[in-house]
Design a protein around this ligand. Structure first.
Ligand code: ADQ
Length: 505
């Protein structure tokens, strides 16, 4: 890690605190620490430097009980937790409304699913201000503030208005859309100007960064774009640096657990239950960006076009319930269930083969890793995805080097994993079906060769490297001696190579 100067205290800001508060029937509160790569990766940094995590604690009935439950949880976690109190109304307009019905679909290129309700925008501005006030209440001179994701774009602008002078960085976990799509946003100027209040903006891929720069060039021509588009300067003199920092996973922990005896036994049991069959795996949050219906159609197409696959492959599709209070998500669930039953109805052999096993629940970590380890093929085919960690988790857990990753070219992960994965356009049902067949007949040598390449990338560019790379770039901004541009991994080149082969005459 670059300790370029005495460590600054770190303030991490995200929509939710890295823990789940739960209120029991008798009103008492308990907390569970959050899991997930981001929490794991930031923990050592927050502990070493000292720091605060600011976010919503997960319940809307805020009372003193919440404060004391958080103090207890913070004690266990090893860093401070500062709650942002939000009402149920705040949550509905800001989170369910503007974040999930405007920014989420728009930034995933699905403008027709956007619900541009002006009330949502007002709630978004109010709630971003609440976060900013909570941060300002914590911030001390010399702190470094790192804000996460699309729910909190306006926070930097609010903080500057409140007089906070600390360096401010932002990381966008989801894609940044191309100009023609971004232009549809009624609040396009305010949002873009607010982003330029940050000192550093991190994107998942070079493509997201380029999309952002194109929007700035068109909508804010007064901003000067410099340093190979890694640098923006406003007439006021304020500068924002831009970089791509593809997020990783705690690959070591996944591989270790995949090799554990508990997982090995569970994976062997799974394979034994499906003798002689290729296990194909899909794991997704219930979300229309994940491309589940088209994936099922591709699977059906593969079974029809290549009858030799019948009885030879089994698809396990795990769907984790998510946002099911939004009508579009409920409709999606119905559509998935309809397709699963159509396909199973068409192909099932009574007493024998069932082509799709559909699991609709959050599976625990051991089972998830056992699925990853047992699967011979992973189907990761989002229509658009910031990164997609499932693809990386599958590789980390494929410790026998015999898994094949079929990956959407519209997942951010494609920029890093194109060399070993079979890339598909998820809208191309026939092409995806062909990739399924190719994966099924791929020989052991090619599988090993591809999976080793994938595992090298996933292990080398893990979540710890991501945190360190981002912080090193951020700290460098006030030292002025860190080499720019800050493309953290050489994904620009590999992405370019992909486009070159893809569109070569
Ligand atoms: P998500 O849209 O949530 O994240 P993804 O990156 O795939 O998507 O992460 C999902 C996580 O949920 C994975 O860590 C996975 O293990 C876990 N998970 C999935 N199915 C599960 C199940 N059945 N039970 C338990 N856990 C399950 C957003 C962006 C992504 C970006 C990440 C991180 O949309 O593009 O990669 O943030 O930046």
């Amino acid at each position: 890690m670059h300790h370029a100067q005495p460590s600054r205290r770190l303030i991490v800001v995200s929509n939710r605190l890295p823990m789940v508060l739960h209120r029991a029937a008798d009103g008492s509160l308990s907390s569970r620490p959050g899991s997930g790569g981001l929490v794991t990766a930031l923990l050592p940094v927050l502990r070493d430097r000292g720091g605060v995590w600011v976010g919503w604690p997960g319940i809307t009935d805020h009372d003193e009980g919440v404060e004391s439950a958080l103090t207890r949880a913070a004690h266990q976690a090893g860093y401070r937790l500062a709650p942002v109190a939000l009402s149920a109304e705040d949550q509905s307009g800001f989170y369910h409304g503007f974040s999930n019905e405007v920014l989420w679909p728009l930034f995933h290129d699905l403008q027709s699913l956007c619900h541009f309700d002006p009330a949502y925008w007002h709630s978004y501005t109010t709630v971003n201000e609440k976060y900013a006030r909570a941060i300002a209440g914590q911030a001390q001179a010399g702190d470094f503030i790192w804000v996460h994701d699309y729910q909190l774009i306006l926070v930097a602008a609010d903080l500057r208005r409140l007089g906070v002078e600390s360096p401010l960085a932002f990381f966008l976990h989801i894609p940044f859309p191309p100009l023609d799509i971004y232009l549809k946003l009624p609040w396009r100027y305010t949002l873009l100007r607010a982003l330029l209040e940050y000192d550093l903006i991190g994107f998942q891929t070079p493509r997201d960064r380029r999309n952002f720069v194109q929007c700035v060039r068109t909508l804010l021509p007064e901003a000067r774009v410099g340093h190979r588009s890694h640098h923006l300067r406003l007439p006021s003199g304020h500068e924002t640096r831009l970089g791509s920092f593809p997020i990783g996973i705690d690959a070591g922990a996944f591989s270790r657990q995949a090799r554990s005896s508990a997982v090995t036994t569970a994976a062997e049991k799974l394979r034994a239950e499906l003798p002689g069959r290729e296990l194909i795996l899909g794991v997704d949050r219930l979300d229309y960006t994940k491309g589940i219906p088209l994936r099922l159609e591709a699977f059906r197409f593969a079974l029809r076009a290549h009858p030799e696959l019948q009885e030879r492959v089994t698809l396990i599709q795990v769907v984790v319930p998510s946002r099911d209070d939004i009508p579009q998500y409920r409709e999606l669930k119905t559509r998935i269930e309809q397709l699963v039953s159509e396909i199973n109805g068409e192909f099932t052999r009574p007493g024998g083969w069932v082509p799709i096993h559909y699991v609709y629940r959050a599976v625990d970590r051991l089972d998830l890793i056992a699925y990853y380890r047992a699967a011979r093929i992973a189907l990761v085919t989002p229509l658009k995805d910031g990164m997609n960690l499932v693809a990386k988790e599958f590789c980390a857990c494929s410790v026998d080097d015999d898994g094949v990753l079929i990956l959407s070219e519209f997942a951010g992960a494609a920029a890093q994993l194109q060399q070993g994965a079979l890339l598909v356009n998820p809208y191309d049902i026939e092409g995806t079906a062909k990739a399924i067949r190719d994966a099924c007949v791929m020989d052991g040598m090619e599988r090993r060769h591809r999976m080793r390449r994938l595992r090298r990338v996933v292990n080398r560019q893990d979540v710890f490297g991501w945190v360190n790379g981002f912080l090193a770039a951020a700290i460098a901004s006030d030292l002025n001696d860190f080499p720019l541009p800050v493309d953290y991994v050489p994904s620009t080149e590999s992405e370019q190579a992909y486009w070159d082969t893809e569109f070569a005459a």
